[in-house]
Write a protein that binds this ligand. Structure first.
Ligand SMILES: CC(C)(COP(=O)(O)OP(=O)(O)OC[C@H]1O[C@@H](n2cnc3c(N)ncnc32)[C@H](O)[C@@H]1OP(=O)(O)O)[C@@H](O)C(=O)NCCC(=O)NCCS
Length: 185
């Protein structure tokens, strides 16, 4: 952490071969997750409106998809994350499975920073589109993805993706696809 604080005016440092982006206002670090971060990601989800999954899923994403996952840490505590992957048959797309920010950190631009960190990763060098599915009532998430499209001077195409009937319980809303791009690099 000392290294991070000392170098924070430079904006970006490399720690253990992982890229960390620093916020001059605090000690926020964005990095690739390790398996040790999986349970904290799971806990953050448990405290949010996101779909619950087993802790195993987060640990598995950290093990096999770290290149396209980001954790945001403040003083070592996970306060935000994105889990994403590049679908094998669509190498120009990064699909965002979940993005979440701790309620104490929302509304400060953190989710936007996390998406940009993901998009700037080497693993995304051939990626031109970002895709996510969002429920029709999730205004925060819709605003986040529309803002990302605007920031990158591109469009956000919204279409039906997973209808409500696909889900085993009546409580799950339909999921709309948000396809953002093409994005110039
Ligand atoms: C969605 C979520 C990740 C946004 O995180 P955040 O760090 O607060 O987002 P940002 O601060 O980067 O905001 C991005 C944009 O969304 C807007 N926004 C954020 N929260 C909003 C809300 N509750 N209602 C409307 N707009 C909202 C912001 O105003 C900003 O747009 P602007 O700069 O044009 O004003 C966060 O609210 C969250 O974790 N929600 C619960 C989990 C979830 O629903 N995840 C998404 C589904 S995968």
């Amino acid at each position: 952490m000392e290294t991070i604080v000392n170098q924070k005016l430079k904006g970006v440092v490399t720690i253990n071969t992982q890229t960390a982006t620093l916020n001059p206002a605090d000690t926020l670090v964005l990095e690739k997750p390790s398996v040790e971060d999986g349970s904290a990601m799971w806990e953050l989800v448990n405290n949010s409106s996101l779909d619950q999954n087993s802790a195993y899923k987060y640990i598995m994403m950290c093990e096999h998809f770290a290149e396209t996952c980001v954790v945001a840490k403040e003083e070592g505590k996970v306060v935000g994350f994105v889990t994403a992957f590049i679908p094998p048959e669509r190498q120009d797309v990064v699909f965002v499975w979940q993005i979440g920010v701790d309620s104490s950190q929302r509304g400060k631009g953190l989710a936007s920073k996390i998406l940009n960190e993901l998009f700037d990763r080497d693993a995304c060098r051939d990626v031109r589109y970002l895709e996510a599915t969002v429920t029709p009532t999730n205004e925060a998430s819709q605003a986040l993805f529309k803002k990302f499209a605007k920031e990158h001077n591109t469009t956000c195409e919204v279409s039906e993706c997973f209808p409500k009937e696909l889900f085993p319980s009546d409580e799950h809303e339909a999921e709309l696809s948000f396809l953002i791009g093409p994005i110039e690099k």
